[in-house]
Every structure is written in structure tokens, then in C-alpha cells.
Design a protein around this ligand. Structure first.
Ligand SMILES: C[S@@+](CC[C@H](N)C(=O)[O-])C[C@H]1O[C@@H](n2cnc3c(N)ncnc32)[C@H](O)[C@@H]1O
Length: 400
């Protein structure tokens, strides 16, 4: 970590040791799930915070967290901290950092920002100041400067400001970790892969029964379930990570981490089923599954849920029906009431979970919820609802 000291104008390396602090970003409601994933990978000092988890570990932990955490959006490594009481101080402190030891002059970079500060009310402007200081330093030293690229940056940085405390972080993931690399095609409203993985872990499913998504669209929940069940690392299909451009990147250490995690892939003995009323999205699900080489693990049915059975025996059902926001449904109330009727018909041994932002329509399910979890699907506030299905479900009443 570099501490930029304002008064005596020095930059100090204060922790060159093995272990350092990291921040894993996630979605609202998935912090505890991600904390558990990080603990299982051997991370230390794991502390859930708002939409993120702080932890410590080595470069190996950083590789593992990037490769294996299903519910992380990005793994950030703080590398500089200083105080800034105005824009000039921010600029001066950023300028002092030896950027030429971090970035190549011909690279492309991008800065994301977040501020909770009366001094820096516009976080975008703070990122702009940081960018100016970096490129001015390069221009002065080399007569050339790196360029900004929002889409294909070689290096991504974050600037976080809390009052006058500024933290600069390197994004070790590069592109967001929800981009797993298996998507060949999507429907109108695909669920984010990180959210899909979060739903599976929040449901408590331990890959110890069948799995079914009766409104599977392009198959995101099914693929995440199959990957979880087979213990396939979350980024198994992805080739590029931000840390691969870092000066401290050690390719053989990274390969060792990857190989050890890949060795944990195992067979799954139950069935995974998916169905959807729209045959075109079933085709996309099929393509995605084929790409991921998971097409032998998942059965797809082009059927309305109205006419589709679940696998026989114990089964976890998780689904993401239309909300009537992005997909227009003629009668969303009838759709949710049909979903409730199908759930009621399943009886003992099955548990169903459904995520929706449509608080009115969810009352038409007509079944008692045993858990409700607040989540966000993009900007939409949602509820993830649990229904314990048993032979007496038919008589159960919805308790709002
Ligand atoms: C929000 S999308 C699901 C997206 C999916 N999770 C994904 O990642 O692609 C809802 C899906 O419900 C399907 N659907 C709507 N009515 C249905 C019905 N009666 N039976 C089965 N599927 C239905 C739609 O075709 C659509 O693909």
C-alpha cells in the first residue's frame, strides 16, 4: 500500500508483505453468501460491508477469488490512501504516485468512482481529476500518455472518497465477473449470472436433489446450477482477467491455482430440468449449455409451465418469471396464479423459490411464503420468495 503523505511530500511503501487487503464487490443481499465463498477459499479477516466484502490474503487468494467466487462482481486491491481537502490536493497526491511503475505508457485505462463527501460531491469529476494527474505525469516524463477506454481497458481503477479520505484501488478482475464467458445468446430479460448464482446459494440447495427452472429463458439459472453442482469454478470459461496485465502477475502461480480448483470438478448424480414457453429462448439455452459442455447435464422442454411437470422426487425449483416490466404479459395476475397452482400440484419433497419485482402479482400465487429476501435485479427492487410444498399446500393461504 502506498500512503501519500501530503506535508512532507513523500510516498511510502508501507506493506510489501505477502498479505494485503482486498474488497470483493457484489450485489445487495449477497454479501453473506460471498463472505462464505471467500472463507471457503481461505481468505482471512472476511467482513461483509455494503454490497461488498472486505478480506485479506495473498496474490494466490486474489487469483482464487477471481476464478472461483460465484457471487463476486470484481475483486479490488487498494493500493494508495491519502487525504484531499480540495481538487488540487487530489490532483497533486495522484500525480505523486509512480504510475510509470504500474501502467505502460501505451495502455488503455479506465477509472470508476464512488464518493460520499461534501468536498467531492461529483464522483465522476474526481475520476476526471485522477485521470488528468496520471496522464500529465506520463506526458511530462515520456511526451506520450496512456488513453482512456471505457469498453476495453487494459487497467481498471477505482477511486473511493469518504469525506476527505481517498482510496485508490486496482480492479484485478478487469471486465465484470458476471461475464463468465459461456453466453452465446440471450432472451429479452436474462438474469445477471452473479444474481443467478446468488439465488442458488441463498436457497440452501446443496446439489443433493433434482433442480428445475420452469421459466428458464436462455438458461442462466440452469447453467449456474449445473456449474455449482459439478463444482465447476465460476470463471472456468473465461480467458482474461485484469491481474494478467499487472507487473506482479506470476503466470505459473496463477496456473497452479487454476489447476488445483479445476481438479475439484465432480459428477452430479441428480437431474437438472429447464422449460420455457418460448422455443427461441430454449434454443439459446441449448446453445449456451452446449458451449459450456453442460448439455448432457440439463434436460430442456419447450413447454408452458402449465403443462410441464417437475422431475420426480426431491427437487429444488428456482425461477425468474416475467415481472411485467421488461416483458409485457397480457394478464400477469393469471400467470402468477397459474404458477401458484402448479406449485400446489407438486406436493411433498419439493421446495420452490421465485424472484419477482411485481409485488402485486406475487399475491396471486396463493401460497404461504416461508421466507422473503430483499434483492435487486438491476435497478428493480425484488423479493426472493420461498414456498415449502407439501401435500396440504392446496389449502395453504398466502400470507402477505
Ligand atoms: C425473465 S425471463 C427468464 C430469463 C432467464 N432467467 C434467463 O436468464 O434468460 C421469463 C421467462 O418466462 C417465460 N415464460 C412466460 N410465460 C411462461 C409460461 N407460461 N410458461 C413457461 N415460461 C414462460 C418467458 O418466455 C421468459 O423466457
Amino acid at each position: 500500500m502506498i500512503i501519500v503523505k501530503d506535508k512532507n511530500k513523500v510516498i511510502n511503501e508501507v506493506s510489501s508483505g505477502e498479505s494485503f487487503k482486498m474488497i470483493a464487490k457484489t450485489m445487495y443481499g449477497l454479501e453473506e453468501v460471498l463472505a462464505e465463498e471467500l472463507r471457503a477459499l481461505g481468505a482471512k479477516d472476511v467482513t461483509p460491508i455494503n454490497r461488498a466484502v472486505a478480506f485479506t490474503g495473498t496474490m494466490q487468494t486474489l487469483y482464487k477469488a477471481n476464478y472461483a467466487c460465484r457471487t463476486a462482481l470484481a475483486i479490488l486491491k487498494p493500493f494508495a490512501e491519502f487525504e484531499a481537502n480540495n481538487e488540487q490536493e487530489l490532483y497533486d497526491n495522484v500525480y505523486k504516485i509512480k504510475w510509470e511503475q504500474i501502467l505502460d505508457v501505451d495502455c488503455k485505462f479506465f477509472i470508476e468512482s464512488a464518493a460520499n463527501s461534501k468536498i467531492f460531491t461529483n464522483s465522476y469529476y474526481a475520476a476526471l481529476k485522477m485521470k488528468d494527474a496520471i496522464v500529465d505525469r506520463f506526458r511530462r516524463m515520456f511526451g506520450r500518455r496512456p488513453t482512456i477506454d471505457t469498453e476495453n481497458a487494459d487497467y481498471k481503477f477505482n477511486i473511493h472518497i469518504n469525506a476527505n479520505k481517498v482510496t485508490l484501488l486496482m480492479n484485478s478482475s478487469g471486465e465484470s465477473l458476471h461475464k463468465r464467458g459461456y453466453r452465446q445468446g440471450v432472451g429479452i430479460a436474462p438474469i445477471n449470472e452473479v444474481l443467478a448464482a446468488g439465488l442458488i446459494q441463498l436457497s440452501g440447495w446443496k446439489a443433493d436433489s433434482h433442480f428445475f427452472d420452469p421459466m428458464c429463458g436462455s438458461g442462466t439459472i440452469l447453467i449456474e446450477a449445473a456449474m455449482y453442482a459439478n463444482n465447476i469454478p465460476a470463471q472456468y470459461y473465461r480467458k482474461k482477467f485484469g491481474f494478467m496485465r499487472w507487473k506482479e502477475f506470476n503466470n505459473s502461480e496463477w496456473k497452479g491455482v487454476k489447476e488445483r480448483l479445476d481438479r475439484g470438478i465432480r459428477e452430479f448424480e441428480y437431474e437438472i430440468w429447464g422449460s420455457d414457453i418460448d422455443p427461441t429462448v430454449i434454443d439459446q439455452a441449448e446453445k449456451n449449455l452446449r458451449f459450456a459442455k453442460l448439455h448432457h447435464d440439463v434436460c430442456l422442454f419447450p413447454n408452458s409451465f402449465e403443462f410441464q411437470d417437475a422431475p420426480e422426487g426431491e427437487c429444488m425449483i428456482i425461477t425468474n418469471p416475467p415481472y411485467g416490466e421488461r416483458i409485457s404479459v397480457e394478464d400477469i395476475t393469471n400467470l402468477y396464479s397459474m404458477i401458484g397452482d402448479r406449485f400446489k400440484s407438486f406436493g411433498d419433497g419439493k421446495t420452490a423459490w421465485l424472484i419477482t419485482s411485481d409485488f402485486r402479482a406475487m399475491k396471486s400465487i396463493g401460497l404461504k411464503t416461508s421466507r422473503k429476501i430483499q434483492l435487486y435485479n438491476g435497478a428493480l427492487e425484488c423479493r426472493f420468495l420461498k414456498f415449502e410444498l407439501y401435500d396440504g399446500s392446496k389449502k395453504a393461504k398466502y400470507n402477505a
